[in-house]
Ligand binder design. Structure first.
Ligand code: NAD
Ligand code: USQ
Length: 427
């Protein structure tokens, strides 16, 4: 056990600071006056090598990125390269030496299709993501460092069934019938409903935060983030050497960026199934502002885990495809869905917390879509078209038996149900 070190209020340690969300967040926090340091083992760049596919944008080695930023801003950002899931002592030493007031945790394998490819990727994703989160929480307890953890979770922990209600921010009000027949009200973590091994790791992270907060008082903000779209932020656009990552391939490319990029090279838009999935989205510039807001407003000591839905709008996949198809004339390809997911779902989610902190959401405007299209046009020559189609299948074998789990809400045969009020689901 170490003597409790005192955090330096201006310091932020960003885990996963070389990634798509991490890199623009590092620059945004640095520009806002925070002293930032990065931990990143460059695993994402290694996966590029493994998948034989690179970011569409020519991202520079991290050292060049950091030199460029130091020259432009006068601010030096140190990088520590080690594996958070495996090199626990390095993390303990760094926390004790640098004493950050906030640790922003982006350092997980974040692709659902990659996590479903085969046993290797499933095991890697579980071990990496749960290992990194567990090591961080354990190291904070061992060192006694009173740092606020800001974790990037996902809207996908709620699952994508149609809940028949507005999804609250993390906690669900429930009323249970006690043995004496009275109703007792409570608030529980919203039941998780992961749709991939990746989403399963985020669901399990949520329980770890709950435990370490309850048992050790670790202060945590868990940001349940929607799909991030766009490429550049004010800071990454300052110099081409700062350019952000742009994934377009079938494993790491996310749906809206993929459609915009496909339209730019006149490739049919790859809609899975009927495109009936409704998902939550947030633009990358809003994402970095949300991180700054979360860092600036830590929960009080003794507060439970703060969970915020970090999304600004929802869209159905086929509506996005139609919008882009009408704008660009590119045709839509309705493909067999490689995933196991509901054919159609609705999604209504609360995002009151970040709005209350002053976030003014950027929505899917034509101007922002053009930014992605311009990036795609500029770097189209770097696209390997053989990498566009998704190869990962959710199920390699048909499942035995007839009972399948469903994401539809339970049907009640006997009595009609009164609709839940005030986000309360009666169970
Ligand atoms: P990314 O893969 O681009 O970045 C993750 C970074 O973490 C990479 O640079 C990687 O090298 C590093 N990393 C991974 N495991 C590590 C380990 N064990 N030790 C040290 N470094 C490690 O992913 P991203 O898109 O930037 O996502 C960041 C976080 O945000 C993830 O946790 C993801 O689940 C979450 N998120 C992303 C999106 C999105 O649309 N991109 C949406 C919702 C939530
Ligand atoms: N989809 C298509 N065509 C494509 C790609 C995707 O129709 O070419 C569909 C998928 O079937 C799915 C939806 O679009 O229904 C979203 O897929 P996605 O790959 O854009 O997003 P997802 O797998 O959900 O994962 C991404 C990030 C992950 C983050 C998550 C937020 O990779 O890190 O957690 O978005 S959320 O979706 O809210 O869970």
């Amino acid at each position: 056990m170490h003597h409790n070190p005192t955090p330096e209020s201006n310091r932020v340690l960003v885990l996963g600071g070389d990634g798509f969300c991490g890199w623009p967040s590092v620059l945004h926090l640095s520009a806002a006056g925070y002293d930032v340091a990065i931990v990143d083992n460059l695993a994402r760049r290694q996966i590029d090598v493994e998948l034989e596919c690179e970011s569409l944008t020519p991202i520079r080695p991290l050292g060049q990125r950091l030199d460029t930023w130091a020259r432009l801003s006068g601010r030096v950002i140190p990088h520590h390269r080690f594996d958070l899931a495996r090199h626990y002592q390095r993390l303990v030493d760094l926390l004790l030496e640098w004493r950050p007031a906030t640790v922003v945790h982006f350092a997980e394998q974040r692709s659902a299709p990659y996590s479903m490819k085969s046993a290797y990727e499933k095991r890697y994703t579980m071990e990496n993501n749960l290992g990194a989160t567990n090591n961080l929480l354990t190291a904070l307890v061992e060192t006694g460092l009173d740092a606020h953890v800001v974790h990037l979770g996902t809207m996908g922990v709620y699952g994508y069934g149609s809940a028949g209600m507005k999804i609250p921010e993390g906690y669900l009000k429930v009323a249970v019938e006690t043995e004496s027949g009275e109703h007792a009200e409570n608030e529980i973590l919203y039941p998780t409903h992961p749709g991939s091994i990746y989403h399963l790791t985020k669901s399990q992270d949520q329980l770890s935060f709950y435990f370490f907060n309850k048992n050790d008082g670790v202060r945590v903000t868990d940001l349940h983030q929607g799909i991030v779209w766009g490429t550049q932020t004010v800071e990454t656009a300052r110099d081409e050497r700062l350019i952000n990552r742009f994934d377009y391939d079938g494993d790491f490319g996310t749906v809206l960026n993929r459609f915009l990029m496909q339209a730019a090279i006149n490739h049919p838009l790859s809609v899975h199934g009927t495109g009936g999935q409704t998902r939550a989205f947030i633009h990358i510039q809003d994402m970095v502002r949300c991180i700054e807001l979360a860092v600036a407003t830590p929960p009080a000591h003794g507060d439970r885990v703060r969970i915020c839905n970090q999304m600004t709008e929802t869209h159905r996949v086929r509506d996005l495809a139609q919008l882009i198809s009408v704008e660009t004339g590119v045709e839509i390809a309705y493909l067999d869905n490689p995933r196991v997911e509901a054919v159609e779902n609705n999604l209504h989610a609360a995002n009151d917390f970040l709005l209350s902190l002053g976030l003014e959401p950027i929505t899917l405007s034509g101007g922002l879509r053009r930014e992605v299209t311009e990036i795609a046009d500029t770097y189209a020559h770097r696209c390997d078209k053989s990498k566009i189609m998704t190869q990962s299948l959710w199920r390699q074998h048909p499942i035995r038996g007839t009972r399948q789990h469903t994401t539809e809400p339970a049907k009640h045969k006997n009595k009609p149900r009164t609709p839940p009020t005030n986000s309360a689901l009666r169970i």
